[in-house]
Design a protein around this ligand. Structure first.
Ligand code: TPP
Ligand code: MG
Length: 371
């Protein structure tokens, strides 16, 4: 018979609290652009700091132009990126060319800065197979639409790197929603079990389409999910490029030293809609929340930081804005000039050896297309 005064077998509340208190947010640059954590400051030259700012400004313009190109019907699928520049670009900036990126659908900027030509990113958006025809030496795959699937692939790519003794890491990205998928857990668990050189990023932009992160999980942080996989995890201010860079840089060093994978949660926000397919953020987000996050803007704080150091000015900003606009013009023209894809293209690139029933269809389409 159960006694009324039975002592709990373990202190459940304390257990959880002990885990949670280890996951404080890493911040180096606060909202005013002041360094608040000197000891964690990454070792970046003035030129590197300026380059990171250039990339963030360029990518903000690319986002604005992509949204209008989409509205004009000149792009297909597009998931807006404004707000997430620090999380996306500072993490890619901590990589080397030999590292391999496995992106999700919102992570097009990282693969562009890793070497994918802009015209191909536009073709990918249009569903053209040339968009996924990654040039030799550019270590990325096309963005994954299946949420979380890239986490498994990253674990596998990293295992391959380890077995071949390569000095490189595999890095992958998902969102706060993605961190509820089975693939997420399987990926980090496998990577931990095999101690592979992988970096798992969760860009927590607080919403999975319209589902708020508070409803996504009982876990107080996503970073703490690393504990169950036996790997280190860290939560960083994802609006702070220096904190994101430092976390990824350190994770990469550990991975190359044979110390296995890391899970990094970046606290960020997307200013725009989920995608351009028609969701209306005003139906699931308040303007108060939008305003709160816009005050944390990564470009604003990094600009202040650089201006204080006399490393940035209006002319530099305008120069990179003009370059972005020009590059986009050239790239969209290149995408427009790419021959339209044909049904026979899709069939022939899919198979090395085409099955006989498709060969018949292939002939039918070839005939049609020749007219
Ligand atoms: C396996 C799978 N389930 C559902 C979807 C549909 N879907 C597309 S995006 C999305 C929300 C993802 O949110 P999050 O992981 O937070 O990433 P974010 O879009 O915020 O960057 C869902 C449910 C999908 N693409 N794949
Ligand atoms: Mg999200």
């Amino acid at each position: 018979m159960a006694s009324k005064t039975k002592k709990a077998a373990f202190d459940a509340k304390k257990q959880l609290e002990k885990v949670e208190e280890q996951f404080e947010t890493l911040q180096i640059l606060n909202e005013e652009g002041k360094v608040v954590n000197e000891s964690a400051m990454p070792d970046l030259s003035d030129e590197q700091l300026q380059e990171l700012m250039r990339r963030m400004v360029y990518t903000r313009i690319l986002d604005q132009r992509s949204i209008s190109l989409n509205r004009q019907g000149r792009l297909g699928f597009y998931a807006p990126t404004a707000g997430q520049e620090a999380s996306q670009l500072a993490s890619q900036f901590a990589l080397e060319k030999e590292d391999f990126i496995l992106p999700g659908y919102r992570d097009v900027p990282q693969i562009i800065w890793h070497g994918l030509p802009l015209s191909q990113a536009f073709l990918w958006s249009r569903g053209h197979f040339e968009g996924g025809n990654i040039p030799e030496g550019v270590n990325v795959i096309a963005p994954q639409i299946i949420i979380g699937a890239q986490y498994i692939q990253a674990a596998g790519v990293a295992l391959g790197m380890k077995k071949r003794g390569e000095k490189a890491v595999a890095i992958t990205y998902t969102g706060d929603g993605g961190a509820s998928q089975g693939d997420f857990y399987e990926g980090i668990n496998f990577a931990g079990a095999f101690q592979v050189p992988a970096i798992f990023i969760v860009q927590n932009n607080r919403f999975a389409i319209s589902t708020p992160v508070e409803k996504q999980s009982a876990a107080k942080t996503i970073a703490q999910k690393a504990v169950a996989a036996g790997i280190p995890g860290v939560q960083v201010d994802g609006m702070d490029p220096l904190a994101v860079y430092a976390a990824v840089h350190d994770a990469r060093e550990r991975a190359l030293n044979g110390e296995g994978p890391t899970l990094i949660e970046t606290l960020t926000y997307r200013y725009g809609p989920h995608t351009m397919a028609g969701d209306d953020p005003t139906r699931y987000r308040t303007s108060d929340l939008d305003n709160e996050w816009e005050k944390k803007d990564p470009l604003v704080r990094f600009r202040k930081f650089l201006e204080d150091k006399k490393l940035w000015n209006e002319d530099m900003e305008n120069e990179i804005i003009e370059k972005a606009k020009e590059d986009i013009k050239v790239a969209i023209k290149k995408a427009d000039d790419t021959p339209k894809q044909k049904v026979t293209d899709l069939m022939s690139i899919m198979y090395e050896e085409m099955p006989y029933n498709l060969k018949e269809q292939y002939e039918v389409y070839k005939e049609k297309e020749s007219k």
